[in-house]
Design a protein around this ligand. Structure first.
Ligand SMILES: Nc1ncnc2c1ncn2[C@@H]1O[C@H](COP(=O)(O)OP(=O)(O)OP(=O)(O)O)[C@@H](O)[C@H]1O
Length: 295
């Protein structure tokens, strides 16, 4: 077995040294051939692609947050090499939704030796942007923008960005066209979900990452006080279970918004948009999960 580890050295709040140590130990124990490829934030896709061709790994482990998972997923799409996740990010949305182990040692072991591989759908925006976990427009995307531009940490940083994002996010009017019907809705944010929950554990829908569908979830109202009280992780504005009660499940949709609004994919800020074409690429990738995965 040959494993390529794609490591984002700046992901998460703490150092990745312990994870690297576990990988060395596990590789020695299981006599696994492995190689590290560190991301730089620039040109990473090409570098990984070259590694794939030269090293020919049997699997690639994305070591980082959702941004790193998405990067590796983009490179592996349509290829016969499975992806595994070693969640080292600050949110780890897809890993959480898949119920991957939280403990570092267990997570390293599964990523290297896990045998069960399940299909993973990929969400595609405007035929060019890909998403493994979740994208959204409105309040949360505004938060991602603020964090990207201004940084911040802890409860004070979180509360500041949250309050500002809510203040700065106007009521949006959207038209959602699916092959089945057209909807007219209003809200402060809308999520496009491949998985069934946010990385914070907030449940969105009954959807699964391998059902060939995605969910469009409209948030009509935001309870600011509750959001601040509940906010322990930086992107957790979603505390009210009923916030995600307005859900459309589909395989394709066209969204038109009455004004330009912030847009983020898998925690990466994408700029402002007022129109989106979304479709799903069913089972486009294979992902390593636990034997008893029931996501
Ligand atoms: N060496 C590097 N230096 C600076 N930025 C990097 C480097 N490698 C990757 N990046 C950037 O890191 C981002 C992806 O981060 P990732 O999602 O893996 O971690 P995170 O933000 O801590 O976790 P999460 O998305 O779960 O909150 C991308 O924007 C990418 O360009």
């Amino acid at each position: 077995m040959k494993i390529l580890f794609v490591v984002n050295p700046v992901s998460g709040a703490t150092s990745n040294d312990k994870a690297i140590l576990f990988i060395h130990e596990k590789a020695r124990e299981t006599r696994t051939d492995f190689k590290f490829c560190y991301t730089t934030g620039e040109n990473d896709e090409d570098v990984i692609l070259t590694q794939l061709k030269d090293y020919e790994p049997d699997r690639v482990v994305a070591c980082g947050g959702d941004g790193t998972v998405q990067l590796v997923a983009r490179v592996l799409m349509g290829k016969n090499v499975p992806i595994a996740i070693l969640p080292l990010g600050s949110a780890n949305g897809l890993a959480t939704a898949l119920g991957l182990p939280q403990g570092l040692e267990d997570a390293v072991t599964l990523s290297m030796t896990g045998k069960k591989v399940k299909p993973l759908d990929i969400l595609r925006f405007d035929n060019k942007h890909y998403c493994t976990h979740l994208a959204d427009i409105g309040i949360n995307a505004r938060m991602v923008k603020r964090y990207t531009e201004e940084g911040g940490s802890g409860m004070i940083g979180y509360a500041k960005h949250l309050v500002q994002s809510i203040k700065e996010s106007p009521l949006l009017k959207y038209t959602i066209k699916t092959p089945e019907r057209t909807y007219h809705k209003e809200g402060y944010m809308m999520a496009f979900a491949n998985a069934h929950m946010y990385g914070t554990g907030i449940h969105i829908s009954q959807g699964s990452v391998s059902d060939g569908k995605f969910e469009i979830c409209n948030v009509e109202r935001v309870a600011l006080d509750d959001a601040i009280k509940a906010g322990l992780t930086k992107f957790n504005v979603f505390i009210d279970k009923n916030m995600f009660s307005d859900v459309i499940s589909c395989a394709k949709a066209e969204i038109t918004i009455d004004q330009k609004t912030d847009f983020q994919i898998d925690g990466e800020y994408m700029g402002q948009i007022d129109h989106l074409h979304i479709d799903i690429l069913p089972s486009y990738l294979h992902i390593v999960t636990q034997e008893d995965n029931r996501e």
